[in-house]
Design a protein around this ligand. Structure first.
Ligand code: ZN
Ligand code: ZN
Length: 368
């Protein structure tokens, strides 16, 4: 028996309450995990603030960006051994082994499955010290093993990185040796900047409204190819100047969850530009329609413009993120978390509050 400490969120806007439970040894095909680090996603901040229809069971176990150590494995498990450091994705298979998206012979596009589920939403999250993963999760789900010596505080960035990399690689050849524009300077743009550097982008132009956050990100993560641009009335001309000798960016990643972000992004579309509509816009009135007219002949066919997006992450993004972390090609990840952004598990509420402030890039809860 293992004593597992859970921190249940009692209700929207509520508190986290500690509840201990006894876990049995993992059954055939299952694994027992011990939580090491959990980072707070902006979606957790939103769940705490206004809830999420996908969470049907309250009190709820939220949080999904986790790195864990394998404590024990059940009979028949060969992929993992006790002591392995693993990272987990948020979007997970539906559990039906015959599913055409998530099953043994599925496409792996589990975010397209009508029965899609995610950790910290329908499936219990990682506001808990231990978890037993069922056989279908172990066999098919987004769980990867890191090489010995990997920092658990790097490994917990797997999921948000995977989501960004899905969007950056859905279309081939738009990062390496290319000009990339990142709209927004929050955590997704900061991850994208580090991935652009690891993937060999030619230039990265980061656009943000607030100078303070932009300057912090440029100071801590910038290099000679990175430039910041203030999001004011001259932003389009300024970005175009910085694309020279090209007339336009090759890739625009829209990471600012607001209508104005989309309005700016379409003004930057030129010859061959790929737009990754990465941040969805959602308000109290639901998901607003943001209309834009595209000429399918002149803009899409002749100018090769591409409008695309991804949702969450599949094994493809998780594997790309795991590779970058394992090969230590994202050495600045830990700079995303300031000294006042590290919390103990019994401070989960304080961690969520810290993550909700505009100067926070990544809050981490340390279970060690
Ligand atoms: Zn996340
Ligand atoms: Zn499915």
């Amino acid at each position: 028996m293992t004593t597992c400490r859970n921190y249940y969120l009692d209700r929207v806007g509520g508190e986290f309450t500690a509840v201990d439970e006894q876990l049995p040894a993992p059954g055939p095909g299952e694994i027992l995990l011990r939580t090491r680090r959990v980072s707070v996603c902006q979606s957790d901040v939103v769940i705490h603030k206004v809830g999420l229809p996908r969470i049907k069971r309250w009190p709820a176990l939220i949080l999904h960006e986790a790195s864990c150590t394998v404590e024990a494995v059940g009979d028949g498990v060969t992929k993992f051994s006790p002591g392995d450091l693993v990272g987990l994705g948020c979007d997970i298979p539906c559990g039906d082994r015959d599913c055409i998206y998530c099953g043994d012979h599925g496409t792996g596009d589990w975010t397209s499955c009508p029965k899609t589920q995610a950790t910290g939403h329908e499936y219990p999250g990682f506001a808990r010290s231990h978890a037993i993963l069922p056989k279908w999760f172990v066999d098919l789900g987004p769980i990867v093993k890191f090489p010995p010596g990997t920092d658990p505080a790097h490994a917990c960035h797997l999921e948000p990185l995977a989501c960004g990399l899905e969007g950056m690689t859905r279309v081939n050849n738009c990062i390496e040796n290319r000009v990339v524009v990142l709209i927004g300077a929050g955590s997704q743009s900061t991850y994208a900047l580090q991935c652009c550097q690891a993937m060999g982008a030619r230039r990265v132009i980061m656009v943000n409204r607030g100078a303070e956050r932009l300057n912090r990100v440029l100071r801590d993560f910038g290099d000679q190819r990175t430039v910041g641009v203030a999001w004011d009335e001259h932003v389009v001309e300024r970005v175009q100047e910085l694309c020279r000798p090209f007339n336009e960016p090759h890739f625009v990643m829209m990471n600012a969850p607001c209508r104005e972000g989309y309005e700016l992004s379409v003004k930057l579309m030129g010859y061959g530009t790929v737009l990754d509509a990465h941040a969805g816009v959602k308000g109290a009135g639901g998901k607003p329609r943001i209309a834009h007219e595209v000429d399918l002949n002149n803009q899409v066919h002749y100018q090769l413009q591409c409008y695309q997006a991804t949702h969450g992450s599949t094994m493809r993004g998780v594997a790309l993120a795991a590779k970058l972390i394992s090969e230590r090609r994202l050495p600045k990840l830990s700079l995303m978390t300031g000294a006042d952004e590290r919390f103990r598990p019994d401070q989960t509420l304080a961690a969520i509050r810290r993550a909700s402030s505009s100067d926070s890039l990544k809050v981490i809860i340390d279970w060690d």
